[in-house]
Design a protein around this ligand. Sequence first.
Ligand code: SAH
Length: 199
Amino acid sequence: MVADQIQRRGITDPRVLQAMRDVPRHRFVPAEFERLAYADRPVPIGHEQTISQPYIVAYMTAALGVERTHAVLEIGTGSGYQAAVLARLARVVYTIEIVPELARRAAATLKALGYTNVQVRAGDGYAGWPAYAPFDRIMVTAAPDEIPQPLIDQLRAGGRMVVPVGSAEQWMTIVEKTPSGVTERRTIPVRFVPFTRGK
Ligand code: SAH
């Protein structure tokens, strides 16, 4: 069971581990890769994109520190898997995907599984989702060279964002908005698909 592997790798938050157990990952991967759904590795989801390996999903979810009352914004819906994990912990999840076909498929998967607290939108996540801002938490699952300023602006005071930053070399970065300003902390080296920009 992949949750046990994740736990051995140091993720101890019981709510995160339970959410990982509860979300049927095989429903989010293309049929031809279903046998890989519960291996701790990334899986292709088409359009040159991948669903992150379970360890990274768990790591980012734990780092985000999601609470039941939180509104969470995710940039990079992909398959919708990470959004489903977040939806089990948060009040509501807003998620934006730049590839319309992936957005459509993720919305259908989430609906079929009965998630009613996730809203999926197709579009460029650079500008965030002003209509629902501010967000208690923001997770970005594609790597920008620099953190988009609109996302920092849409973070609630006291809020937190987890984002992989960089191109050749990427670092998971934790951004916190405190009363005295915005702080950034790098944690582990990672490899994500690039954060692309719409026209
Ligand atoms: N979180 C996803 C995996 C993300 S892969 C999951 O659980 O399956 C990264 C995704 O970010 C890709 O689907 C890619 O198309 C999307 N993406 C890249 N740049 C983006 C942007 N500017 N706005 C929204 N989505 C973006």
